[in-house]
Design a protein around this ligand. Structure first.
Ligand code: S3P
Length: 441
């Protein structure tokens, strides 16, 4: 018998309708906190996501000597000030830094610590300790940083920074914004221009935000550079809503008969709303409308409504990074479509919070849907008459996005489902069920 608690979710009692706000974008929230901690002076941050992952970043910078004064505002977001360590550098922490479940915290920290002559052990929870880190340590070692053990691919890893970092040009083996950001953050302190080439474009929040903190940065489609050394100065950051959270609500609206919703003030960064483009290709009723920008980040609304006839589509590997976190929920929509959907170049899913490629295949099999991997591609053969067998229990594997994925599948189906480890949603979207209930009312 499993010792993981299961949460039972019933089918939605009525369609989802109305407007909703989602909490602050997780990627932008991490960067706002981490960059403010690196900067000289006091930054003001607004709209920061209050979730376990972001709290890992806050705790990490506090251990390193940044002064963090954040409070919850009326909407539940964190806002306030962060005074960074600037040119004096971070303090030697007494204990290892535990990044919990947050890959972004761990990988970005490696870049932040690169120029400082302190010795810091980075660790995380059981899931994070299984995730690959060599992708980050390899380029940082080329820049002059020391890691112990040098060949380690898994946390805990101890980092010893180097005040004389070398600027490098690095061809990243995979499209990863966490890897790109770590190299660019180290590059802030290296003499000369650090260049990061990517095989496909990953999210570009770092390139958009660093200039606000005074770092000369250039950004192309698959290349980013920073010129150092430079001292980051404080900035004000307003975090727009998280499109990755919005994706779950939009998918639920598309699948639940009679629904029509709008998610307001959400980031419309093109590197993040590949799921809107993919759902359009499936024939779903969904559209985004730009309202303005916060800094260089565009934001606006995403509206979605029930779509009775969905069709399978192909997502090319060049676009994969723009849907990387949304593949589980897109696979659930694809499972309701006529025909086969192909997600090309999906290998990165194997090294997320859990092996999401296998978890998607296994979860869909439980509802009679054929999904398989071939090479690095994920295939889902949809069935517009999909029904969920009674008493289905989905394991979340402690993965927040899988928990919400199976929740949407269950709530838009014919029968209650159980989800093991549903509380993992607090990693990115603690208020997910409140948002569903507010739209259901
Ligand atoms: C993130 C980048 C993505 C994404 C993760 C957050 C970031 O990972 O999956 O949830 O904030 O930089 P990659 O490093 O694979 O791009």
């Amino acid at each position: 018998m499993s010792d993981v608690c299961a949460t039972i979710l019933k089918p939605l009692a009525s369609p989802l309708t109305g407007e909703v706000h989602v909490p602050g974008d997780k990627s932008i929230s991490h960067r706002a906190i981490l960059f403010a901690a690196m900067a000289e002076g006091t930054s003001k941050v607004t709209g920061v996501l209050d979730s376990e992952d972001v709290r890992s970043s806050i705790k990490a910078v506090c251990q390193l000597g940044a002064e963090v004064n954040l409070k919850k505002d009326g909407s539940g977001a964190l806002c306030g000030t962060i005074t960074g360590w600037g040119s004096k550098g971070p303090e030697q922490p007494e204990d290892p830094i535990d990044c919990g479940n947050s890959g972004t915290t761990a990988r970005l920290l490696m870049g932040m610590l690169a120029p400082w002559p302190i010795q810091v052990t980075i660790t995380g929870d059981a899931s994070l300790r299984l995730r690959p880190m060599r992708r980050n340590t390899a380029p940082l070692m080329k820049m002059g940083v020391q890691f112990k053990p040098a060949e380690a691919d898994h946390l805990p890893i101890t980092e010893i920074g180097n005040p004389n970092l070398r600027a490098i040009t690095y061809d990243a083996p995979m499209a990863s914004a966490q890897l790109k950001t770590a190299v660019l953050l180290a590059g802030v302190y290296a003499q000369g221009t650090t260049t990061l080439n990517e095989p496909a474009p990953s999210r570009n929040h770092t390139e958009l935000m660093l200039p606000e903190f005074g770092v000369p940065t250039t950004a192309g489609t698959r290349v980013a550079t920073v010129s150092g050394p430079c001292v980051m100065h404080a900035a004000d950051v307003v975090v727009p809503g998280d499109p990755s959270s919005a994706a779950f609500l939009c998918a639920a609206a598309i699948l639940k008969r009679g629904s029509s919703i709008c998610v307001e003030d959400v980031s419309l960064n093109p590197a993040r709303i590949g799921f809107v483009r993919t759902l359009e290709r499936m024939g779903a009723n969904i559209e985004d409308a730009r309202k303005g920008s916060e800094g260089k980040e565009p934001y606006g609304s995403i509206c979605a409504s029930y779509t009775p006839h969905l069709r399978g589509c192909e997502v090319p590997s060049q676009h994969f990074a723009s849907i990387v976190d949304e593949v589980p929920i897109l696979a659930v929509v694809a499972a309701h479509a006529k025909g086969v959907t192909v997600f090309k170049g999906a290998a990165e899913l194997r090294v997320k919070e859990t092996d999401r490629l296998q978890a998607i295949i296994d979860g869909l099999e439980q509802v009679g849907i054929d999904a398989w991997e071939e090479g690095d591609n994920l295939y889902v053969e949809g069935d517009p008459d999909l029904t969920v067998p009674p008493n289905t229990t989905f394991p979340s594997h402690g993965d927040h996005r899988l928990a919400m994925t199976w929740a949407v599948l269950g709530m838009c189906s014919n029968t209650p489902v159980s989800i093991e480890g549903f509380e993992s949603i607090s990693v990115s979207y603690p208020g997910f069920m409140d948002a569903i209930r507010s739209l259901e009312a």
